[in-house]
Design a protein around this ligand. Structure first.
Ligand SMILES: [Zn+2]
Ligand SMILES: [Zn+2]
Length: 392
């Protein structure tokens, strides 16, 4: 068994010479991602979520034909550097919720496309609204041998709990038992999610939802697998045969841009006792609901109640967002220590300090040990590290 780092929600900006995700960086191509970005980040598995679009699937096939990617017999695609590409498809359900279906191979991707062709307007673009509901897509995933994962489940923008229902049980009834995996999203963590009873049956994933190379790996997961392939990934997220998720790494929810409710009329992030559903200043009851406020609204108990074996959630601030890490220091860290995850998770205090100074090294150590002080975000603005309160 080995432990590997995985970020399973990355958007390709451009493929086969065409745009795939309008809001994603054009320079984030499959080739750039695999040959440069994932190596600099230190990821062993990268999941792209636009593999069901026509341009990305065409490019994927071309890379297989040209020998740049190798198909693994047990599913998944391997690069020459030993990184696994996991092919996923993010789609907006009829209800308006984002879900991801991870698929094993080209055949299942083609079948996915065939299903979608009559159900989405534009096969070129990622995360399109489709004419199929959550139940139909669960069924599709099952038939294709996929892994089904509600994406950024708590966000007010297209997250299941955030915008649709207070539980899968209440929405899907007995079919809720088909949900095994849940993506927490940038503004939620394990403690928050485990205040809801039904989540004890779900494996949590913490992924970046990156639309640019810089954001790849701002959240990631540590998985225990026998080797890199799709079947092992499935066993890990289902917690079968000793494979499992060992840890989630992500931004402190306080850093998330939808942590607290936000009043667009007053341009204010709400601070009162959650859930804040109405602005105390102007009385507006059409707030952008904060993830924290929403979770408090639908939770079953105030304190988290973790199931046995729930992996730890470790708070991370992306290296490039850390005070004291400018472009030059960043380049030096990568040059001397190899990649971002090496710096964040493994390098010694002395090695980091030698390149980036004592303050940066101390911050990394403080992060590995626990939480660093943050001023909360909301209404689309990220939270900030309180540098003056850190132990430097
Ligand atoms: Zn999404
Ligand atoms: Zn996405």
């Amino acid at each position: 068994m080995r432990s590997v780092y995985a970020d399973l929600h990355v958007h390709i900006g451009r493929a086969s010479g065409r745009p795939v995700k309008i809001t994603a960086s054009r320079s984030l191509t499959l080739a750039n991602l695999l040959n440069e970005t994932v190596l600099r980040k230190g990821l062993n598995i990268v999941g792209i979520v636009d593999a069901g679009t026509a341009p990305v699937l065409a490019e994927l096939e071309k890379m297989v034909d040209q020998g740049q990617l190798e198909i693994h017999q047990r599913g998944g695609f391997m690069t020459a550097q030993g990184v696994m590409l996991l092919a996923g498809c993010e789609v907006e359900t009829r209800e308006g919720v984002h879900i991801i279906i991870y698929l094993p191979d080209l055949d299942s991707l083609h079948k996915y496309q065939k299903f979608m062709r009559s159900r989405v307007k534009n096969m070129e673009l990622s995360t399109q609204r489709c004419k199929a509901d959550i139940r139909e897509l669960l069924n599709l995933s099952h038939v294709l041998g996929g892994v089904f994962c509600p994406a950024h489940a708590f966000t007010p923008h297209k997250g299941f709990y955030g915008m649709l229902a207070s539980s899968f049980q209440s929405y899907l009834g007995r079919d809720a038992s088909q949900i095994h995996v849940l993506e927490l999203g940038l503004s939620a963590d394990t403690d928050m999610a485990d205040t809801i009873n039904e989540t004890r049956h779900f494996t949590f994933l913490s992924n970046s939802d990156a639309h640019s190379a810089g954001n790849v790996g701002r959240e990631y997961n540590l998985l225990r697998l026998a080797e890199l392939n799709f079947e092992e990934f499935r066993l890990a997220v289902y917690g079968h045969e000793g494979r499992r998720v060992l840890a989630n790494y992500g931004m402190d929810p306080l850093m998330g841009k939808y942590h607290r409710s936000y009043c667009p009329q007053c341009d204010q992030i709400m601070q009162g006792e959650p859930p804040v559903v109405e602005c105390p200043i102007c009385g507006n009851d059409k707030l952008v609901m904060g993830v924290y406020d929403r979770i408090v609204q639908i939770q079953d108990h105030r304190e988290p109640y973790h199931p046995v074996g729930r992996p730890p959630y470790r708070y991370r601030v992306p290296l490039t967002s850390m005070p004291g890490v400018g472009p030059t220091t960043y380049q030096k860290l990568i040059q001397y220590l190899g990649n971002e995850i090496e710096v964040m998770e493994r390098a010694s205090f002395d090695d980091i300090a030698r390149v980036a100074g004592n303050n940066v090294a101390a911050l990394v150590m403080q992060m590995r040990a626990g939480r660093i002080p943050i001023t909360p975000g909301g209404g689309g603005v990220y939270g900030k590290i309180q540098v003056h309160n850190c132990n430097q």
